[in-house]
Write a protein that binds this ligand. Structure first.
Ligand SMILES: [Zn+2]
Ligand SMILES: [Zn+2]
Length: 250
């Protein structure tokens, strides 16, 4: 889906640059082709005549190409990245986004019993454990105490479920699974809560009871992880599994 959106964007950008060069006077085109290529700080080069910066809508004087292929003025994109390390054209996330999840552990077990909707597969059971502690500087009320939590998460033990489990593991290492805020169920402030990556906390009961069957759940949670910058691209980096993680066997 994202790849499709990206390629549509690139086609649009290509379309734009073609139409703009068609309307360019020959003299200025000559000037630009004489300008040739510009060397970026990382040593790679970009043709100066190719792209407009979609932040300032002007030609890129000092261009910088992001990993997704989009090009911006170095100054424009560096300023944007101070707020959010995402591409303004396609939304691709760069660098790792870290959350404010308090210290804890994620433990993963497998069981032979199946989940509703996945009769041929066993179950992956995740247990998150965040011990009680004191809010830090990056939390809403530094110094205030929060209570311990234990939360389960269930996934089918099949290819897709194991992939989601690994992505959740990466998100946990980046402190993105939980945050400290207001509990949606009790309305109480200053508690450890889920952070917009939905979990199946029961085996059964369907969506109303946060259980299975729910055929689109694995796709939805994959998208929620993608929003946090956790994608398959990052799965092979052992650094992603270091923090607050134990008993991982894939
Ligand atoms: Zn610009
Ligand atoms: Zn982009």
């Amino acid at each position: 889906m994202i790849n499709l959106i990206r390629s549509v964007f690139q086609q649009n950008l290509r379309g734009l640059s073609v139409s703009s060069s068609n309307t360019t006077l020959p003299s200025s085109r000559k000037t630009r082709s004489l300008a040739g290529t510009i060397r970026q700080s990382d040593g790679s080069t970009i043709k100066t005549s190719e792209e407009d910066c979609c932040i300032c809508m002007d030609k890129c004087t000092i261009p910088k190409r992001l990993g997704c292929g989009h090009i911006f003025c170095k100054e424009c994109i560096d300023t944007q990245f101070k707020y959010k390390a995402t591409c303004p054209a396609c939304g691709a996330v760069f660098g790792r986004l870290y959350g404010d999840q308090p210290p804890g552990t994620m433990t993963i077990y497998t069981q032979s019993a199946s989940l509703p909707g996945y009769p041929d597969d066993g179950t992956i059971e995740i247990r998150y454990n965040i011990p009680a502690g004191k809010q830090q500087e990056n939390h809403p009320t530094p110094g205030a105490y929060y209570e311990a939590i234990n939360r389960p998460g269930f996934l089918p033990d099949n290819e897709k479920g194991r992939l989601v489990c690994k992505l959740l593991n990466v998100a946990f290492s980046r402190k993105q699974i939980f945050t400290i805020g207001r509990s949606r169920t009790t309305g109480k402030d200053g508690v450890v809560t889920w952070n917009d990556i939905h979990h199946k906390t029961r085996r059964e009961g369907g969506p109303p009871r946060f259980g299975y069957p729910d055929p689109s759940y694995l796709d939805r949670v994959t998208e929620e992880l993608q929003v946090k910058g956790v994608t398959e691209d990052t799965l092979d980096d052992p650094d992603e599994y270091k923090e607050y993680t134990r008993v991982i066997k894939y």
